[in-house]
Design a binder for this molecule. Structure first.
Ligand code: PLP
Length: 378
């Protein structure tokens, strides 16, 4: 079935006894056992809840994986993935990545003996140099990266990782399985902040892991059940509801993003425009090959640093807020918000500079978005 149909049918008629068209919200912690040693298949909602299960099944289908797992946030999903490793293990991570993931690795997992090194994932030699033979167990890649929109060639990185016996984990938050499916290219795990495009309405937090193989499914299932940061039934339902329109939303959002990127690129006050849909973006050809669109995220620099504050304070249609992927456009200042936990010298080195702004483009009328930016930048 085509992905648009899978999306529109997310959670459709999962409740056989009633025929409910929309998956019911099973707001229950536990389930009655018919007799000693007999189970309905549902024992306790931390292990399996029917509403969460409907969501997890559709996500596995969308990512073309073995099983999906829904968590309370993207960070909870990444935590579950990292908990599948052991003290002494080492992970090589894209150097341009969501600040919360950097903080999780450096502040939470390092003290437990799971170490990370950071490398430019767009340069295979840099990734390979960061691998510590015998100790490195995985590559963790964001592509396109947050916030610099650097594109990694997934096929080549997966071949490199698997050649060295490493698991390959891809944070697919920016693209979603509608545009890019890393597991089809051989990655072992796809991770999402489901808070973003998958839910799409800036109204809930969630995290998703989809495993390609039954072995990885079992590792993640064990962590999900034993540590318990699961997505509740209400939010699972809301996310199923959001997923139904993912294709429509993303098509509109990325058309708007392309329009804004072209407009920004021609604006005299703007420095660099980082949008992989622009033909001169270094990752343009790779993303065109490995994804079916360029997404709705873009970053740009302003020539006059004072412009940053003016712009943030003056936007009216676009909202100054931390997050992305929803139907409403948001503008973010990475150095003070999403990437504040990355040390200043690391940010400078990788290019997350004081003049950089990030836009998550929504479904509003393109003319209104451009007029808003125009008036704010005057
Ligand atoms: C690429 C990426 N991964 C993970 C996360 C964390 O997700 P959450 O905020 O749902 O915990 C974010 C949040 O912005 C993100 O942008």
């Amino acid at each position: 079935m085509k992905i648009e149909t899978v999306l529109a049918h997310a959670g459709l008629c999962t409740d056989a006894p009633t025929g409910a068209v929309s998956t019911p919200i099973y707001q229950t912690a536990t389930f009655r056992h018919p007799a000693l040693g007999v189970s309905t298949g549902y024992d306790y909602s931390r292990s399996v809840n029917p509403t969460r299960q409907a969501l997890e099944q559709v996500l596995a289908e969308l990512e073309r994986g073995d099983r999906g797992f829904a968590f309370a946030s993207g960070m909870a999903a990444l935590t579950a993935v990292l908990m599948a490793f052991s003290a002494g293990d080492h992970i090589v991570v894209s150097d341009d990545l969501y600040g919360g993931t950097y903080r999780l690795l450096e502040r939470n997992f390092k003290p437990f003996g799971i170490a990370a090194s950071y490398a430019d994932a767009t340069a295979l030699e840099a990734l390979e140099r960061a691998v510590q033979p015998g100790r490195t167990k995985a590559l963790l890649i964001e592509t396109p990266t947050n916030p610099l929109m650097k594109v990694t060639d997934l096929e080549r990185v997966i071949a490199l990782g698997h050649g060295l016996g490493l698991a390959v984990i891809v944070d697919n938050t920016f693209m979603t399985p509608y545009l890019q499916r890393p597991l089809e290219l051989g990655a072992d795990l796809a991770v999402h902040s489901g808070t973003k495009f998958l839910s799409g309405h800036n109204d809930l937090l969630s995290g998703i892991v989809v495993a390609r193989t039954p072995e990885w499914s079992e590792r993640i299932r064990f962590v999900q059940n034993s540590t318990g940061a699961v997505l509740g039934p209400q939010d699972s339902w809301l996310m199923l509801r959001g997923l139904k329109t993912l294709a429509l939303r993303l098509e509109r959002q990325q058309a708007n993003a392309a329009g804004i990127a072209r407009w920004l690129a021609a604006h005299p006050a703007v420095g660099r425009v980082l949008y992989p849909g622009l033909p001169d973006h270094p990752g343009h050809a790779i993303l065109a090959r490995q994804a079916s669109g360029f997404g709705a995220m873009l970053s740009f620099t302003v020539k006059d640093p004072a412009q940053v504050e003016r712009l943030i304070n003056r936007v009216r249609v676009i909202t100054f807020a931390e997050s992305l992927g929803g139907v409403e456009s948001l503008i973010t200042y990475p150095v003070r918000q999403t990437h504040a936990d990355i040390p200043a010298e690391v940010r400078e080195r990788i290019g997350v500079t004081d003049d950089l702004l990030r836009l998550s483009v929504g479904i509003e009328a393109l003319e209104d978005l451009i007029a808003d930016l125009e008036q704010a930048m005057q």
